[in-house]
Design a protein around this ligand. Structure first.
Ligand code: KIV
Length: 278
């Protein structure tokens, strides 16, 4: 647990994360459920209820089909399951792009119904006015630039930035517009070095990288990726566990025991006359 997390007995808030620019790295993981929130809370500064929940838990091919109601249900669970980390809720595709008023109505609903401390919007020059509108009305906003998963259909896939002509100007413009709109931090996704470093140096808000090198002010990963729940994960993921293997071993053991009538045993059985005083 970092010194920043020890000194106050309260949940972290957006200004605590904003103050980390140039200080110690911000630790962020995605989180969608109460039990996982309980496990991650003491180790993380930020729990991100990402719209990746659609792909990770609901089997969707991308994040386009994720609804506001799905985000609210998962965010409620994460807030209930955690005590210390800042909970940030991703605004799904279609919930904020139409107008600042639409964005405010949906973001304020998320804040009221979940108790989360902030929202995240995929951002750039075209959304900057909306971000500023929300921030001026008291909604802490995390930006998201670079590879923006909600643009997957328009871009024809999930494409890393910083390797093609024009990427540098576009990503820097997204970063500056997002920063000037008043976000307390921004996710920088799929941005190659040295552009990720340039972005981090160009903005006053902390950058939280995912596939955007060690130059960022913090890091985020999809928890299920880093725990090794899937066969495939992107190049930028480091696997800290082999949960898929552990689950397969456990479930195989259970299935073998049931088939061989080794489960349940006496220890897992209720008896009308209790044995050994149990
Ligand atoms: O939806 C999500 O989980 C995200 C992270 C990958 C940054 O946006």
């Amino acid at each position: 647990m970092s010194a920043q997390r020890n000194d106050q007995n309260r949940r972290l808030a957006a200004p605590d994360i904003a103050a980390r620019k140039g200080q110690s790295p911000v630790v962020c993981l995605t989180c969608y459920t109460a039990p996982m929130a309980g496990l991650l809370d003491e180790h993380c500064d930020v729990l991100l209820v990402g719209d990746s929940v659609g792909m990770v838990l609901h089997g969707l091919p991308n994040t386009i089909g994720v609804t506001l109601e799905m985000m609210i249900l998962h965010a409620q669970a994460v807030v209930r399951g955690s005590k210390r980390a800042l909970v940030v809720v991703d605004m799904p595709f279609g919930s904020y792009e139409a107008s600042p008023e639409q964005a405010f109505a949906n973001c304020s609903r998320v804040m009221k119904e979940t108790g989360a401390g902030a929202v995240k919007l995929e951002s750039g020059p075209e959304v900057a006015g909306t971000v500023a509108y929300l921030v001026r009305r008291g909604i802490p906003v995390m930006g998201h630039i670079g590879l923006r998963p909600q643009a997957v259909l328009a871009e024809g896939g999930f494409k890393a930035k910083g390797r093609k002509d024009g990427d540098r100007e576009r990503v820097l413009a997204e970063a500056r517009a997002t920063d000037e709109a008043g976000v307390f931090c921004m996710v920088v996704e799929g941005v190659a070095e040295p552009l990720a470093r340039e972005v981090t140096e160009a903005v006053s808000a902390p950058t939280i990288g995912i596939g955007a090198s060690a130059a960022c002010d913090g890091q985020v990963l999809v928890t299920e990726d880093m725990l090794g729940l899937f066969d495939w994960s992107p190049k930028f993921v480091r696997r800290y566990a082999d949960l898929k293997g552990e689950i397969a071993t456990a479930v195989r053991g259970y299935a073998d025991d049931v088939r061989a009538r080794r489960f349940p045993g006496e220890a897992e059985t209720y008896f009308s006359v209790p044995k050994d005083g149990q």
